[in-house]
Write a protein that binds this ligand. Structure first.
Ligand SMILES: Cc1cc2nc3c(=O)[nH]c(=O)nc-3n(C[C@H](O)[C@H](O)[C@H](O)COP(=O)(O)OP(=O)(O)OC[C@H]3O[C@@H](n4cnc5c(N)ncnc54)[C@H](O)[C@@H]3O)c2cc1C
Length: 522
């Protein structure tokens, strides 16, 4: 067990917001900072893993918001690091919608012989299943967008209340293609309230990180500027991994932090960067408890679960043209293995497919074995591409919802969220400052949101520290002046003999502490 030591600031969490917050403090000369991270690595929801011979991103994968009038700060970091990225063009996804009815046709093909199978196997010729005609897809898409816009407006007007009481009822998606488009619109394209600040400020382009060093290398690069490293490894004792913070107890003068392994740390301030999902859970307790305005704001924020499942194949059986990176499976169950991506643009020859699930489907899949998930995914792929496609040789299923240090993928403010709600989520409580992507009013949910939030929170804390210092100086000056006046009076009246001038401020302090003046003035 470590003995208690006091530092200026403890940062809880070493994701992008925690690291950017620490960097700002170090740049401003506050370097007696300690970072306590629950897991065994830095990065948080930015995390790469070796899979199928390449590096895949289990968490954030894209730098979203590029090409606009202002430059996205994360794009700038990526450029400085020479991070390899490739442009993602989602615009064609809606025209690559696979018809599930194709399964019957495939079965016939299968029965017809092995020719198709051999062609596919030998050359990866790009045998593909039946895609809905673009007219039909475009029509369904237009209808879905109109309906979505009406729904959003209605929700906004009703503050998230009952939209069922509208004069004109909203059309409910029924057919597989309508369900697929509804899913893409609501869980991807229109998951945020328009206008989306990221696109307005930084541009509408998105770049997929395709670098063996991983997205997380940007964080390592940042950490290297203020932490001791050797051969790219962080060796600085100010970063403590595997330290799960369980309690934050604050007094007027500081915060005591207790970790799961029984260690106790003390600091003047804490910056807490744990996700909104963690704040909604009971992982960290607060003494005294957080005020009601704070807990209510935290509870109001939704948590989105977003799961990218990676599948490795012995060879390609999907189409690989520039407009085919994303494709959609239309199933009668909404969100059921709907959104697919091949990784040939990022890593040519990797033979990897990614399918993205969200919310309910993510939670369902997280709760089952990877083998069951593999079986389901293969069935869907066979519905799209025919029964002859090979089995995946490997599968990777991240579990962001069941990870007690995340409890979801990112924050999603309800449509009726107002400035006050975000303000309350972000506002400090005493000596505990809050940061993380969920505290970013304009860019919540994104890496750049976390990065900018860390900078914002540290600047707010530095301002608080400056004010506290000023207050102390003022009260010291006040006490000194008081002491001098009293000393003058005492000398004049000769009331006390043998009392040195330099004793007076200390004596005054001893009695003043009872009056509630800060102890630290000594
Ligand atoms: C699957 C997925 C896909 C995404 N895709 C994108 C994308 O393409 N583009 C994009 O811009 N963004 C994306 N995001 C969002 C982006 O990853 C996050 O917004 C960002 O990384 C959040 O950073 P953060 O510092 O706020 O939080 P985190 O990264 O969660 O950092 C918080 C840290 O606190 C630690 N912690 C938690 N509890 C404790 C505790 N009790 N004690 C100590 N430490 C604790 C955690 O382990 C973690 O390391 C995605 C996220 C996910 C999960």
């Amino acid at each position: 067990m470590e003995s208690r030591s006091r530092c200026s600031v403890i940062i809880v969490g070493a994701g992008v917001s925690g690291i950017s917050a620490a960097k700002v403090l170090a740049e401003k000369g506050v370097d007696d900072v300690m970072i306590l991270e629950a897991s065994d690595r830095i990065g948080g929801r930015i995390r790469k893993e070796g899979f199928g011979g390449v590096s895949v991103e289990l968490g954030a994968g894209w730098i979203a918001g590029v090409g606009g009038k202002e430059s996205n700060p994360v794009w700038e970091l990526a450029r400085q690091s020479g991070l390899r990225t490739c442009f993602s063009d989602y615009s064609n996804a809606r025209y690559n919608i696979y018809d599930p009815r194709f399964v019957y046709m495939s079965a016939c093909l299968w029965a017809l012989g092995v020719l198709c199978y051999l062609l596919t196997r030998c050359g990866g010729i790009g045998f593909s299943g039946k895609i809905f005609p673009s007219g039909e897809a475009a029509d369904s898409y237009r209808k879905a967008v109109e309906s979505a816009i009406r729904k959003l407006r209605a929700e906004e007007d009703n503050h998230g209340g009952d939209v069922a009481r509208l004069s004109e009822p909203l059309s409910v998606p029924k057919t597989p293609i309508e369900l697929a488009i509804d899913f893409i619109l609501h869980d991807f394209e229109m998951a945020e309230v328009e206008p989306i600040s990221t696109y307005v400020d930084f541009g509408e382009r998105e770049f997929l990180v395709a670098d063996e060093r991983g997205y997380e290398s940007l964080l390592h690069k940042m950490a290297e500027t203020f932490l001791l490293t050797s051969d790219g490894e962080i060796l600085d004792s100010r970063l403590k991994l595997n330290k799960v913070v369980r309690e934050l107890q604050q007094s007027r003068n500081g915060v005591t932090v207790t970790t799961e392994d029984g260690c106790i740390y003390e600091a003047n301030y804490v910056i807490l960067s744990a996700s909104i999902g963690v704040l909604q859970s009971d992982l960290i307790s607060f003494r005294p408890p957080l005020p009601r305005w704070k807990t209510e704001a935290i509870e109001t924020c939704d948590v989105m679960v977003y799961t990218k499942i990676f599948l490795k194949f012995p060879y390609k059986f999907w189409a690989c043209g520039p407009d085919k990176e994303f494709f959609i499976y239309a199933h009668e169950r909404r969100g059921y293995y709907t959104f697919w991506q091949h990784m040939e643009n990022a890593y040519p020859g990797s033979n990897i497919l990614v399918v993205t699930l969200t919310n309910g489907e993510s939670k369902r899949v997280e709760a089952q074995s990877d083998q069951e998930t593999l079986k389901e995914a293969m069935e869907v792929l066979r519905n799209m591409f025919g029964p002859e496609i090979p089995n995946a040789t490997d599968i990777l299923v991240p579990r962001w919802f069941n990870n007690r240090f995340q409890r979801g993928s990112y924050s999603n403010y309800p449509i009726y969220a107002n400035h006050q709600m975000v303000h309350d989520i972000k506002a400090p409580v005493g000596r505990i400052f809050f940061t993380g992507e969920h505290t970013s009013e304009r860019f919540n949910g994104y890496v750049h949101g976390g990065y900018l939030a860390g900078i914002d929170t540290s600047n707010a804390l530095l301002e608080d520290m400056r004010r506290e210092k000023e207050r102390k100086l003022e009260s010291q000056t006040f006490l000194l002046e008081l002491a001098l006046t009293e000393s003058l009076t005492l000398t004049q009246t000769d009331a006390v003999s043998g009392l040195h001038k330099c004793d007076i401020p200390r004596q005054l302090f001893l009695s003043s502490s009872k009056l509630g003046l800060p102890e630290a003035i000594l």
